[in-house]
Design a protein. Structure first.
Length: 259
């Protein structure tokens, strides 16, 4: 019953944002329900009654291009469309030292995450409140390898070394680069760092190419086993199966034959 109620609540919120002229590309992306769930938690949404609509009307800003933006409890959030899909930027301000931590996530049209970036810096509260950007003193970026779906590359600001990771044992990360608290709880991990969750590969280009060959379309057995475990985990832990078809395509697999 609670699940049905939550779905209805999110559908009502989605329709409200549609009326507010939020970009259709945002509202039609498979990631929208995860994003709406976050907004619902931020505003302690129970019922979308007249009072709650008034609060959302005041605090949710919809820009001309359909971007959604809001400031709530020392956090500012921006959700916008881009040429490949959608992106979310969440920034948290710490008044004790005027520091800001930013998380940027990019999703394609199928809702698959292909970039996760963490930035840290400093900003005054006035600039933070007025949506002024900051110059990062630290930046870490994780991106998917463009030629191999379950490989991730990491690069830190000011460094030329690119570390490479293989998503093999943590199948939850096939649709995500960042993992949420529920995912971490299920795999009994206290770490929140991708570096601790994925297998780091040797940096040598020759050895990296060897890994890619093993998991290439020429030898799809490894890919297939990873995907089967991913699907099994989705059912075992009652996780969304929304992205299974998209993940199968990225791995070069026929979903119907595997199932």
């Amino acid at each position: 019953m609670n699940e049905i109620y939550n779905i209805r609540k999110l559908e009502n919120l989605k329709e409200y944002l549609n009326q507010r002229m939020v970009s259709p590309r945002l509202l039609n992306n498979p990631r929208i329900y995860e994003i709406l769930d976050g907004i619902s938690d931020e505003f302690s949404l129970v019922f979308l009654d007249d009072e709650m609509r008034r609060i959302l009307d005041e605090q949710l800003l919809v820009e001309k291009d359909g971007t959604l933006r809001y400031l709530k409890d020392n956090k500012r959030v921006k959700i916008k469309r881009n040429s490949s899909g959608i992106e979310t930027i969440k920034e948290a301000f710490d008044k004790r030292n005027s520091s800001v931590i930013s998380e940027k996530r990019l999703f394609d049209v199928d809702g698959i995450e292909y970039l996760y970036e963490i930035r840290e810096g400093n900003l005054s509260w006035e600039d933070f409140e007025n949506n002024i950007d900051f110059i990062p003193s630290k930046k870490i970026r994780y991106t998917r390898d463009t030629t191999m779906f379950n490989f991730i590359k990491k690069q830190e600001i000011g460094q030329f070394v690119v570390k490479k990771y293989l998503i093999q044992h943590v199948q939850y990360m096939l649709q995500n680069i960042k993992l949420g608290r529920k995912d971490l709880y299920r795999i009994n991990s206290k770490s929140t760092k991708i570096d601790d969750l994925c297998e780091q590969l040797i940096i040598s280009q020759a050895e990296f190419d060897m890994y890619k060959k093993v998991f290439s379309d020429d030898d799809s057995k490894g890919q297939e086993e990873i995907f089967k475990t991913y699907c099994s985990n989705n059912r075992r832990f009652q996780l969304p199966t929304t992205y299974e078809n998209a993940v199968a395509k990225r791995l070069g697999l026929d979903l119907q034959k595997i199932k």
